[in-house]
Design a protein around this ligand. Structure first.
Ligand code: ZN
Length: 491
């Protein structure tokens, strides 16, 4: 690789050259959804961000093991280790088995992610399938002295951990301040300290999702699953851990603390976080009445939407912002994205129809390098999209006959455009237009060559029939001194 890939590491607060621990293998873990509701834009942004990273790492030659978990247990309604499990709550309200709820929304998540052309991860472990690993992690942390058992629950001892290590290393928070603001609160229950968090939680009699453990019947704490499953599938040290910025604290901070407490060292080299999505400048949420599911976006079924928006226009909109910047959705912004995407798609279709010349009159040799440079700069997709617009302008010039490319350059342009637009940005190639357009152009050329042959043989019946029937379909055929030109008049 000529240019190294730079990735912003939340842990160090700067862009660092990405060097995998065991090249060409890359281990990547991304926090997936808690499956208790329809997937929304927040799910789309995180999935698209890490899908582009996954695609790009593979393109530059790495062999990526991409683990994205499914949270189907342990994520409580209230982040302070209180309240019902989110899935169990939904199951109670809908009178379903909790696993029925989880499966229903997992299926829905998969369908919407497929719509968005997101590649499936290599492993998609579910928290409920890794209870044994989570109990083992809790036991390790207890043995190391950084946790305590209290009334059937196991809590992480944040204060004790912080004496030896740094709780707050990722989020930049300071334990003194955290304790200062939380100690005043009442009802810390069986925790020694409000900042402590549950690794294992005792199940109350009404709690339906429960498993036996050395501490009685209970269920794992939410932060526990990612540490346990990350270590199981990627080892005690792996390259990348990603997720939404909303997970940075407490979820990822707690993941670090658990790993360091259990094994004495950090588990992750690069921590990556995608920023959030707002809607008309507002945070999205059920209570604000602006939580629009992806399905509603695709169907246009929400009072805030002027029309349906295709999965590719949503994907493209998300990629027009750098993943570390916030992105604000509005009808206006989405319609602008739709138009921009249509320009790039048209350029690709035009490119497929271009014929090479003897010589190139323009230089396209720097295009590939510029696209790579954009991606190597912490996945700068807006800059990459600008490079593709430069390419689209070149394509228009070629189409208008104001410039030419020889066969090798034409192939290079096609390859760069296809690689970055379809394979890395992951814009689904519209096969019904691009590939079919190519095939039908060849079929029309074939008919016209049969017509030329018929004319040469003075077989006017055949030549007229081909011309008349093509015209009836809508083709305009023009005989020129060099041969024959045709185009399809769009209705
Ligand atoms: Zn997680």
């Amino acid at each position: 690789m000529e240019q190294p890939l730079y990735i912003y590491n939340t842990l160090s607060g700067k862009k660092e050259s990405f060097q995998p621990l065991h090249p060409p293998k890359v281990g990547m873990y991304v926090c997936g959804p808690t499956v208790y509701g329809e997937p929304h834009l927040g799910h789309a942004r995180s999935a698209i961000t890490f899908d582009v990273l996954f695609r790009y790492l593979r393109y530059i030659g790495y062999d990526v093991r991409y683990v994205r978990n499914i949270t189907d247990v342990g994520h409580l309604v209230n982040d302070a280790d209180e309240g019902e499990d989110k899935i169990a709550r939904k199951a109670r309200l809908e009178q379903l088995e909790p696993m029925e709820v989880a499966q229903f929304y997992l299926n829905s998540y998969h369908s919407r992610m497929d719509d968005l052309n997101i590649l499936r991860p290599s492993i998609e472990p579910q928290a409920s399938g890794h209870i044994i690993e989570q109990i083992a992690l809790a036991e390790e942390i207890l043995a190391a002295g950084f946790a305590y058992v209290s009334d059937g629950s196991v809590y992480f001892d944040v204060e004790k951990y912080n004496q030896k290590h740094h709780y707050g290393i990722l989020s930049g928070r300071n334990l003194e301040d955290m304790l200062g603001s939380t100690r005043k609160l009442d009802g810390q229950g069986d925790k020694r300290n409000q900042a402590d968090f549950a690794i294992w939680k005792k199940a109350q009699p009404e709690h339906i999702m429960r498993w036996p453990s050395p501490w009685g019947e209970g269920f794992p704490g939410w932060h526990c699953e990612c540490t346990a499953m990350g270590r199981k599938y990627l080892g005690s040290r792996f390259d990348i851990h990603g997720g939404g910025l909303d997970l940075l604290f407490p979820h990822h901070e707690c993941e670090i603390a658990q790993a360091v407490a259990a094994q004495g060292s950090e588990m992750v080299s690069f921590w990556m976080h995608n920023n959030m999505i707002t809607l008309n400048g507002q945070k999205m949420g059920k209570s604000l009445g602006n939580a629009i599911s992806l399905e509603q976006f695709f169907k246009g079924e929400h009072q805030l939407l002027e029309k349906p928006y295709s999965p590719m226009s949503i994907r493209f909109f998300i990629l027009q912002a750098h993943y570390r910047n916030p992105a604000d959705f509005s009808n206006e912004a989405l319609q602008a994205s739709e138009k921009a995407l249509a320009r790039l798609t048209d350029a690709w279709e035009n490119l497929l129809g271009l014929k090479p010349a003897e010589q190139s009159s323009i230089d396209i040799s720097t295009l590939r390098g510029k696209c790579a440079e954009a991606m190597n700069d912490d996945l700068n997709t807006p800059v990459l999209i600008a490079c593709l617009f430069d390419a689209a302008r070149i394509i228009n010039t070629l189409k208008d006959g104001d410039a030419s490319l020889n066969e090798a350059d034409m192939k290079e342009l096609q390859d760069v455009y296809h690689t970055y637009f379809h394979n890395i940005l992951g814009i689904k190639e519209n096969n019904s237009t691009a590939a079919n357009a190519n095939a039908y152009a060849k079929a029309v050329d074939l008919l016209l060559s049969i017509r030329s042959q018929a004319k040469a043989n003075k077989d006017w019946a055949t030549s007229d029939r081909i011309r008349n029937e093509l015209s009836a379909i809508g083709f305009e055929i023009k005989d020129t001194k060099d041969g024959v030109e045709w185009k399809l008049n769009r209705q």
